[in-house]
Design a protein around this ligand. Structure first.
Ligand code: 2AM
Ligand code: CA
Length: 316
């Protein structure tokens, strides 16, 4: 798949921005090569995950393991597959994954691919949108980003149930691949907050949710509507594709937004935190630049980066 879709050639805006301009340390071929590895791994992992359709549910209930265990198992298998594919090409790279944490590469094994040992780190979410996956909803994804010297230079979000693959290389724009077809992505622009369709998500902790509910109640009368998709990686790609005007979420992990953040940014979105901060596990926001400003101002006033007390009934 990756061989047919790539290489993505630089033209127009991309040629001026270029990855050299973005990082000053890396040339195009390296980021393209990293993207190709990510694409192949994400595609394979997507097929693996799609092969479980929830049919095992009655069985797992009978054997006293829960569907959640099956999902956790698929999660692990997906990450193991991705890590092994990355290591096969680039044994010297570090990999940060949701399941396995950070694993260092073998320093002796990383020659011949351009980047020196230690410069490349892969950020892997083997299954983003776990609850959707468990319930048979379609918004779940495999997300893989490649960093060079701490900067994300390539990202893939594979969304198997929609047959869609989102990609970006820093300075080269972002793309939606569907079968053999490929289209350049552009976020919406010039949308006022009052007309904006805004995606968001909620944490698992009840105290955090309490505040997120307050923020929703305050924001809802001032926007077109709210969507809660269930996969931050997919939501960020939706901003890139103009399917959402904006997205924000508190409490994401780096692997939830590393690839999707690049894809949104390369589609013209501003991606960051609130009040001048960069995107982080505390808060990640993405929208066309004007709307970003408006949302930033609105949300900052609500002090959304706080948590309330947890509820005993829910969290135990
Ligand atoms: P996951 O499906 O891999 O858990 C849902 O709001 C989005 O937030 C998903 O992308 C989900 O990823 C992510 N997420 C990650 N950690 C989370 C957490 N502690 N609480 C809520 N959502 C989390
Ligand atoms: Ca995730």
């Amino acid at each position: 798949m990756s061989g047919r879709l790539l290489p993505v050639r630089r033209t127009g805006r991309s040629a001026q921005a270029g990855i050299v301009g973005m990082t000053g340390r890396q040339d195009d071929e390296d980021a393209d090569a990293l993207l190709r590895i990510a694409l192949a791994a994400a595609s394979e992992a997507g097929r693996l995950l799609a092969s479980w359709r929830g049919d095992e549910r009655p069985e797992v209930v009978e054997t006293k393991s829960s569907p959640t265990d099956v999902v956790t198992e698929m999660d692990r298998r997906s990450e193991a597959l991705i890590t092994s594919r990355i290591r096969a090409h680039r044994p010297g790279d570090a990999v940060l994954g949701e399941e396995g944490g950070q694993t260092a590469g073998d320093p002796a094994g990383s020659e011949g691919d351009g980047a020196k040992p230690g410069r490349v780190r892969w950020i892997v979410d083997p299954l983003d949108g776990t609850v959707n996956y468990l319930y048979g909803l379609f918004d779940w994804a495999v997300s893989i980003a490649a960093e060079v010297d701490g900067t994300v230079v390539a990202g893939v979000v594979e969304v198997p149930r929609h047959g869609e693959t989102f990609t970006a290389v820093a300075g080269q724009g972002s793309w939606l691949h569907r079968g053999e077809a490929r289209v350049a992505l552009h976020c919406t622009s010039g949308v006022r907050l009052g007309q904006a369709l805004v995606g968001t998500g909620f944490g698992y902790d009840s105290g955090r949710r309490r505040v997120q509910g307050e923020v929703m109640a305050a924001l809802l009368p001032y926007v077109r509507d709210i969507r809660r998709g269930g996969s931050a990686a997919v939501d960020l790609c939706s901003v890139a594709a103009g399917r959402l005007d904006a997205f924000f979420e508190r409490g994401l992990n780096y692997w939830d937004f590393a690839a999707g953040g690049l894809i949104a940014r390369e589609a013209g979105a501003a991606v960051g935190g609130l009040d001048g901060k960069t995107e982080s596990t505390s808060m990640a926001v993405a929208a066309g630049p004007g709307l970003y400003q408006q949302l930033d101002t609105f949300l900052t006033k609500l002090n959304p980066e706080r948590d309330a007390q947890r509820s005993q009934e829910r969290d135990g």
